[in-house]
Design a protein around this ligand. Structure first.
Ligand SMILES: Cc1cc2nc3c(=O)[nH]c(=O)nc-3n(C[C@H](O)[C@H](O)[C@H](O)COP(=O)(O)OP(=O)(O)OC[C@H]3O[C@@H](n4cnc5c(N)ncnc54)[C@H](O)[C@@H]3O)c2cc1C
Length: 509
């Protein structure tokens, strides 16, 4: 018997990534002015059709990149060959103004939301082209302060294990800023075909000219289309983007952008998994509202329209949104994968748990944020209290138990944050707790809005809030925090013993 005569699973239903999304249309209606939402809705409808008809069919053309290190005569050439599908996706993203929309600011403070809503719709078909685009976005925010911005093309960042050094050098007429020479190894560099540090033959430099050597391509579990490489910089010419000695501060600002992108990618991937595999619906609502809550604040902050309290909330939410969305969306996708059985596959989205900071690192960053700004938690609390206070009375009555639970959970937050800096077991679990509480607040804000404006989704929105709070995650997160608080020094030591055995701990570390 031939394969085509045997069992044939039904192909997936071709869903429209915006029109068939159960959350996004109503979410955008709430957070955007009517005219902006109208324009965005038309654009997302068009974009969805383009994705389904033109971009989805590119999937078979996206392959892992290859590297030719030596030519036939012996010299090292380090030539990178990306797949046709990958190159077409990149051209598509640039043509669609994936990054540009956020900087052209046609919609003022709403430009970020406009951009990230498009990103969420694109993620399912984009084969992580959004990775270099997100990094370019973060880098562009810095380059905007210089004349370099128009010349940036999609490229990699320098976030982890930075071992490169920069030495000042003499300026020439083609330099776009104070010139430096970079030397060192870059262990993980995605989108290694990018040319952000390769100005020598701008506008079309050979990616690996300008003293950049590519030692190996990474053999990864997923994100195969993205060429991720080990790079060595030898006398690579570059320009200064921020004040000398403040590199970490600069890169942290870039992370604020890339982390929100990462959260959008997690939510977008979960959305596609849900449509295909079922399950995780309340999670999708919660993560989408939380992520776009941060997106709105980011847009305001970039346009100078955010108040002090909003700036503080954005700072707190950014690492939490990134880490929590990655952890929970991948969990949701795993369930969807099970529902699909032999057709299920999760791969690319799991990287969101790693790049741009793992949950431990994001937990530490969250604790750092509230420690550095003593007013941050108070600002957050007053926003949260205002959300709780503005619930319409009927909705409050219908959701009394959930509202009370949320209110009690909120009361505990300042105390947990206060202990976070001293107890190394807390940052990660407090991040979870904070993210769950924040999801609940954004869901409640949305439910109040749809109740007051008599939207057709009002019953679903109220139920999403109730299920989120009463469903058990909040109670579990609280249990984890309380567990981590009790006798934490002895517990931390015992953690080592449980993990590495009862013998000398220090010998294993
Ligand atoms: C596919 C892929 C592409 C990438 N592309 C890029 C890129 O383009 N540019 C770039 O700069 N980077 C890139 N990265 C690197 C990525 O940013 C890092 O892998 C990530 O930030 C984690 O850092 P690390 O690998 O150094 O892990 P480590 O920092 O060594 O962490 C390992 C583990 O230890 C934990 N840990 C570390 N420090 C602490 C601490 N102080 N307290 C508690 N726990 C801790 C972490 O949570 C994690 O679980 C990429 C990674 C991947 C997988």
């Amino acid at each position: 018997m031939r394969v085509e005569d045997g069992f044939q699973p039904k192909p997936y239903i071709v869903e429209h990534p915006y029109l068939d999304d159960p959350v996004l249309p109503s979410l955008l209606e709430r957070i955007l002015p009517q005219a902006v939402n109208h324009e965005l809705s038309e654009d997302l409808t068009r974009l969805g059709h383009v994705l389904v008809e033109e971009i989805r069919p590119l999937a078979p053309l996206v392959h892992a990149a290859t590297l030719t290190q030596y030519n036939e005569f012996g010299p090292r050439v380090d030539r990178l060959h990306t797949s046709k599908g990958w190159r077409q996706l990149k051209t598509f993203a640039v043509r669609e103004g994936y990054t540009a929309i956020a900087f052209e600011r046609k919609y003022g403070e709403h430009s970020r939301t406009f951009q990230l809503a498009r990103a969420m719709v694109m993620i399912g078909d984009s084969h992580v082209i959004v990775c270099p685009m997100g990094m370019t976005d973060g880098a562009a925010r810095h380059a905007m302060k210089t004349e370099i911005l128009p010349r940036i093309r999609p490229g990699g960042s320098d976030v982890s294990l930075t071992e490169t050094t920069a030495s000042p050098t003499a300026r020439t007429s083609t330099d776009l800023g104070p010139p430096y020479i970079l030397d060192g190894l870059k262990w993980f560099s995605s989108a290694a075909e990018g040319n952000i540090a390769a100005p020598s033959s701008y506008p079309y430099p050979t990616p690996l000219s300008n003293g950049v050597r590519m030692h190996r391509l990474k053999n990864k579990v997923g994100t195969h289309g993205v060429p991720t490489a080990e790079l060595e910089l030898r006398g690579t010419r570059a320009w200064l983007l921020g004040p000398p000695g403040e590199g970490v501060k600069c890169i942290a600002q870039m992370l604020n952008i890339t982390r929100v992108h990462s959260a959008v990618h997690s939510v977008g991937s979960l959305q596609r998994a849900r449509v295909r595999g079922g399950g995780g619906s309340t999670m999708l609502h919660a993560l989408a509202h939380l992520t776009f809550g941060a997106a709105v604040l980011l847009g305001k902050s970039e346009c100078g329209a955010a108040g002090v309290g909003e700036e503080a909330r954005l700072r707190m939410l950014t690492p939490a949104v990134k880490a929590y969305a990655a952890e929970r969306a991948t969990g949701g996708m795993e369930r969807a994968m099970g529902a699909l059985g032999g057709l299920g596959l999760i791969r690319d989205a799991s990287v969101e748990k790693i790049w741009e900071g793992t949950i431990n690192i994001c937990g530490l960053d969250l604790v750092r944020a509230v420690t550095k700004d003593p007013q941050a938690v108070a600002h957050y609390m007053s926003w949260a209290r205002a959300v709780l206070a503005s619930v319409p009375s009927q909705l409050r009555q219908d959701s009394q138990r959930a509202s009370d639970m949320l209110s009690r959970a909120l009361d505990k937050l300042p105390g947990y944050f206060a202990e976070g800096a001293a107890n190394p077991l807390l940052p990660c679990v407090v991040l979870n707790y904070f993210a769950i509480v924040s999801c609940a607040l954004y869901l409640l804000e949305h439910a109040s809005w749809s109740h007051t404006s008599c939207k057709p989704t009002r019953a679903v929105d109220a139920e999403a809030f109730r299920r989120w709070v009463e469903g058990g995650d909040l109670a579990k997160a609280e249990g984890e925090v309380e567990f981590a608080r009790a006798d934490f020094r002895a517990r931390a030591e015992m953690n080592f013993r449980l993990a590495f055995g009862a013998s000398e701990v220090s010998a294993k570390l």
